[in-house]
Design a protein around this ligand. Structure first.
Ligand code: OGA
Ligand code: NI
Length: 359
């Protein structure tokens, strides 16, 4: 990001806007007709993404096989599922979410001390992308690195609430462990050795970052979005949603499905890097976030990523004359520049990696 040092226009915190109690949202947040929540694809009612009980991976052989096949089906077909009994402590999940809520409830001067820039995105932010005049999403966030160790910098994590740093350390440790189990299951389900994907990600040297999303109340939720449609650029996302407020919608064919969070579940989704490595067997699916007028919402998105300087390309074991490599190799460092400069643009980025002519 050496060329981009600052935002193209002054940053406005959505939380401050929301607290003003305006009747109408500023123009900068009003989406064009075609991008509004009720346009393009319809919301499909009474459906949810699959829920998978991960304790089955440690059950007898029949249960383990059934669980692996549920993970396989969900990753190929949906790109999204909820995981329960995933091994991360439910109390820790609640504590981490609560501490981050308290972070956002602090006075603005405190949060401004962590204001981020598009150079690294670390810290307190209110936009993604640096296009001057872009229409913005109705959310603020906090972004930080947990791994690799040389990028982890506690000074860039909030000092208050006082137990936040320690809680995030523990949370990161437990979520990375769950991510490692997911990587094994995904590898086995591709017919590869269980350490295949982890090795392709750099073994111990993976990247891991946390993006805490804060979606303030919005007086005109039909005109804007908390997060515009996008697929996640990284390997896999392990999201802790708000326990009280729904908002995440997942693309399913020609519609959107609202995720109804199960108690202490994680919402897991395949990111672009795993779609590329699996040569399109696993799907990185578009999703978006709705806001509403009477409840704010918070979510903790944990991104499990490859080591950022490794070339990521379709696994050679999955490339055959009948199924040629669909994507050209790219490092994650290079790949994530796109979203960092241009913001969320649906699935256009991973599509742009498609090799010009199949070999
Ligand atoms: C994200 C994301 C969804 C949510 O941070 O990439 O898609 O529910 N978040 O906040
Ligand atoms: Ni996302």
């Amino acid at each position: 990001m050496s060329c981009v040092r600052d935002w193209p226009e002054p940053i406005i915190r959505v939380q401050s806007l929301s607290e003003k109690g305006l009747e109408a949202i500023p123009e900068r947040y009003i989406k064009p007709m075609s991008d509004r929540p009720s346009s393009n694809f319809p919301v499909i009612e009474n459906q949810n993404i699959p829920i998978i009980d991960f304790s089955g991976l440690y059950g007898d052989e029949t249960i383990r096989a059934k669980t692996l096949s549920e993970i396989s089906e969900a990753s190929r077909d949906w790109g999204f599922f909820q995981a329960v009994n995933h091994g991360v402590s439910p109390e820790l999940m609640d504590r981490a979410r609560q501490l981050w809520r308290e972070f956002f409830y602090q006075p603005m001067e405190v949060k401004q001390g962590y204001a981020n820039s598009p150079k690294t995105y670390e810290g307190y932010g209110s936009r993604l992308g640096v296009e001057k005049g872009a229409i913005l999403d109705w959310s603020d966030y906090y972004f930080l690195h947990c791994l690799p160790c040389n990028l982890k910098d506690h000074n860039k994590w909030p000092a208050q609430p006082s137990s936040l740093r320690e809680a995030i350390e523990e949370y990161s440790k437990q979520v990375v462990k769950f991510g490692g189990e997911m990587m094994k299951a995904l590898s086995i389900n591709l017919g590869l050795s269980e350490d295949y994907l982890q090795k392709a990600f750099g073994g111990e040297d993976i990247g891991a970052c946390l993006r805490v999303n804060f979606y303030p109340k919005c007086p005109q939720p039909d005109l804007t979005l908390g997060l515009s449609p996008h697929s996640d650029p990284g390997g896999m996302t392990i999201l802790l949603p708000d326990q009280n407020v729904a908002g995440l919608q997942v693309r399913r064919n020609d519609g959107w499905i609202t995720v109804k969070p199960a108690a202490h579940a994680f919402i897991v989704n395949i990111g672009d890097q795993i779609q590329v490595l699996s040569n399109d067997i696993y799907k990185s699916v578009e999703h978006r976030v709705m806001v509403n007028s009477n409840k704010e919402r918070i979510s903790l998105a944990f991104f499990y990523n490859p080591r950022s300087d490794l070339l990521i390309a379709p696994a050679k074991e999955l490339v055959t004359p009948e199924r040629p490599a669909i994507y050209s190799p790219m490092t994650f460092d290079e790949y994530r520049l796109f979203i960092r400069l241009r913001g969320t643009k649906g699935k256009s980025q991973v599509d742009s990696l498609k090799s010009p002519s199949p070999r």
